[in-house]
Write a protein that binds this ligand. Structure first.
Ligand code: AMP
Length: 395
């Protein structure tokens, strides 16, 4: 029987899970437990063509994981009969020291806890998820796979903030980059799609989902990325501002009487497309733009402007790019964003084929014009599969 890996992605009130076969890439089952700790919790498992759902209070993350296993049992499946060899955990921040896929023991868990200040919104729920899963599945190796890992090797010129050196060293302040699992996976897929060795390609990868980030990759090695110390820097996102003048923060603190927590929540949860237009779903934003909504139009223009700015920056950093790849919810599905991001760049060697771009095909596909020296691709990301495969490298 093929080996399987259970991949967990723990949020503060949710637990996403997926059971995969790393060698075939097949996903056997996936599901999510939401609103953990609330009265109206819900759990769902999709196994093959069956969907099983359970509603009602799920008190905490341990109950959430046990509920997920109950749903497997309801589907007539037992995890121990499905070839499970490891549990992979998505961890957002690995700090300076943790970047390889790491089998979690008590010492690693302590290290992860110490990283909480670097990613206060993301790391604590991941640590909780690992703790709970180790208790529920003690006989299996638990592997942490870090969103920052791929960008660990960024050149110093790209990873260093031009601030007081001693302060930066003391507090581990650098540009770490995030969505690394996706950027690495998608850049390898792009090379495979083009039938070219990864080492031979310059690439720009645009991961455009609710969170959004771009990267410049030369010969498989990242040379820059848009996210920094935290996943707030860079592109405009669903609810995050991306780049702002740091002066805005002190200005708000001093003049608007906002505390640091208020400012952080505003920049993380009430900014981006939501902050500008009260909406994060691009399908709805397009409808609103068509019906003349000025807020939606401005939000979209700010989004595209920032995206083009980074594409230009990465072209300059790389000298030239062989491929530009779009991935994640917006990148994979929104032909208008792809078109508007790349319109007018023919003189820089990038030209999209309108017809291919609009085609509703799924899966990895080429959308550049025949005469475009740069290949433009759409490649579905699969962070769970990348995490599952990373687990097998260390167990
Ligand atoms: P992700 O974080 O990768 O799951 O991406 C989620 C986002 O993708 C949603 O908030 C939508 O804005 C966007 N999205 C998903 N499907 C579509 C679609 N068919 N067209 C445009 N945007 C989409």
């Amino acid at each position: 029987m093929s080996q399987t890996v259970l991949v967990l992605n723990s949020g503060s009130s949710s637990l996403k899970y997926q059971l995969l076969q790393p060698d075939t890439g097949a996903s056997l089952a996936h599901g999510i437990v939401e609103r953990i700790g609330e009265e109206a919790s819900s759990a769902v498992l999709t196994f093959g063509d069956r969907e099983i759902r359970r509603d009602g209070r799920i008190a905490d993350h341990e109950a959430a994981l046990r509920t997920a296993f109950d749903l497997f049992a309801e589907a007539g499946q037992r995890l121990d009969s499905l070839g499970l060899v490891a549990v992979g955990h998505r961890v957002v921040h690995g700090g300076q020291r943790l970047y390889r896929p790491t089998v979690v023991d008590d010492a690693v868990l302590d290290q992860l806890r110490e990283l909480a200040p670097l990613a206060p919104l993301h790391n604590p729920p991941a640590v909780l998820g690992i703790k709970v899963a180790r208790r529920v599945l003690p006989e299996l190796p638990h592997v942490a796979v870090f969103d920052t890992a791929f960008f660990h090797a960024l050149p110093a010129a790209a990873s260093t903030y031009a601030i007081d050196r001693d302060l930066a060293a003391r507090w581990q302040i650098r540009r770490y980059g995030f969505h690394g699992t996706s950027h690495q996976y998608v850049s390898q897929q792009a090379a495979d799609f083009l039938g070219a060795p990864l080492e031979s390609l310059n690439q720009i990868v645009l991961h455009l989902g609710n969170g959004a980030s771009g990267s410049a990759i030369a010969g498989g090695r990242p040379v820059d990325t848009t996210m920094g110390l935290t996943p707030m820097e860079g592109l405009v996102m669903g609810t995050r501002s991306g780049d702002i003048d740091p002066g805005v923060i002190s200005y708000l603190w001093r003049t608007a009487g906002m505390g640091v927590e208020d400012i952080e929540v505003m920049l993380n949860r009430r900014s981006g497309m939501y902050g500008l237009a009260g909406e994060i779903d691009f399908r709805i934003l397009h409808q609103r733009i068509e019906s003349g909504d000025e807020d939606a139009r401005l939000a979209y223009e700010v989004y595209v402007h920032r995206l083009r700015k980074y594409i230009g920056a990465y072209l300059a950093i790389l000298g030239h790019t062989d491929v530009v790849t779009f991935t994640a919810g917006v990148g994979e599905n929104d032909a208008r964003v792809r078109r508007d991001a790349l319109t007018g760049l023919a003189t820089l060697g990038i030209e999209i084929d309108e017809h291919l771009n609009e085609s509703p095909t799924r899966g990895a596909r080429l959308i550049s014009a025949d005469k475009s020296p740069t290949s433009v691709l759409v490649i579905p990301t699969n962070e769970e599969l990348a995490i599952a495969r990373a687990c097998l490298t260390v167990i």
